[in-house]
Write a protein that binds this ligand. Sequence first.
Ligand SMILES: [Zn+2]
Length: 68
Amino acid sequence: MTERCDACGQEIPIAGGIANFWTMDSTETGGMTLELVDGTEHQLCFDCIEKLPEEATVEDVAALDESA
Ligand SMILES: [Zn+2]
């Protein structure tokens, strides 16, 4: 299955299975759901996650969209 990155709109391959989730194995997935400091959750690709500051807010996610 795939999800779309909330910031850049790129399709993210999501590997199924709770085991994969808990091991944080990033080799089969292109992104993850990130909970920001303001409590919102965003499905983001790793490219965008890398660009976000340490304590990202929804505004930082929106800023990524504008720069894409
Ligand atoms: Zn992205």
